[in-house]
Design a protein around this ligand. Structure first.
Ligand code: AP5
Length: 210
């Protein structure tokens, strides 16, 4: 199986697409954001180092991220990278221990990012994702799957969302050209409804024609 990267600004829908691709197509979903949040929740050394960066909407240093990813993917295939790489240094570091077959770039404008992230809610128990505007839970702010009370991520506050978008433009947007020049980038308009975005991603993977 191929290794894929989901690239795109915060809130583009990387996690939404990745969870479904993993469930329906058997990819190993590797979200650096999810791993870091788990480390923070468990109070590990890595979590303690990462927390201040995450709360401020800044990137966690490349060397910590690369070590964390390498440990989890070495000699595996069918990996779906979500939220990684985020800098050119991470992209080059990844090439030392894994191949990248395709990069799907979920394109979304800043205003839609802010609107979506302000309305995002997550289940702290099972990880299910909701959006009060576009994918609301059936019962008021409770998880449809497990009934837990939904929460808002600490970094989904307006000023932190803006900072995350700035950091994305500065550090991560250059990856679009990096992978385009390698001939492995495919663009997907992520402003469409979730079902359409997912179908477009699946078609791109099937066609394998970046
Ligand atoms: P991370 O968790 O990776 O956050 P992110 O990249 O900012 O992405 P998000 O999780 O916010 O958005 P998403 O694209 O997954 O969208 P989602 O599917 O949830 O990183 C958090 C922090 O960790 C970083 O700021 C950094 O500090 C650190 N970090 C992580 N990785 C790092 C790395 N590699 N290097 C350094 N630091 C790192 O969808 C968003 C909302 O929209 C949801 O409510 C969803 O229901 C809704 N939605 C999804 N798709 C659609 C659609 N098509 N239409 C309408 N609504 C939709």
């Amino acid at each position: 199986m191929k290794n894929l990267i989901l690239l795109g600004p915060p809130g583009a829908g990387k996690g939404t697409v990745a969870k479904r691709l993993a469930a329906e197509h058997g990819y190993l979903h590797l979200s650096t954001g999810d791993i870091l949040r788990e480390e923070v929740a468990r109070g590990t050394e890595l979590g303690k180092k990462a927390k201040a960066y995450m709360d401020a909407g800044e990137l966690v240093p490349d060397e910590l991220i690369l070590a964390m990813v390498k440990e989890r993917v070495a000699e595996k295939d069918g990996v779906l990278f979500d939220g990684f790489p985020r800098t050119l240094a991470q992209a080059r570091g990844l090439e030392e221990f894994a191949t990248v077959d395709m990069v799907v770039f979920l394109e979304l404008d800043r205003d839609t990012v802010v609107r979506r992230l302000s309305a995002r809610r997550v289940c702290p128990k099972c990880g299910a994702l909701y959006n009060l505007l576009t994918q609301p839970p059936k019962e008021d702010e409770r998880c449809d799957r497990c009934g837990a009370e939904l929460i808002q991520r600490d970094d989904d506050k307006p000023e932190i969302i803006s900072r995350r978008f700035q950091v994305y433009m500065r550090d991560s947007a250059p990856l679009v050209d990096y992978y385009r020049e390698k001939g492995i980038l495919v663009r997907v308009d992520a402003a469409r409804p979730p079902e359409e975005v997912y179908s477009a991603v699946v078609s791109a993977i099937r066609d394998d024609r970046p």
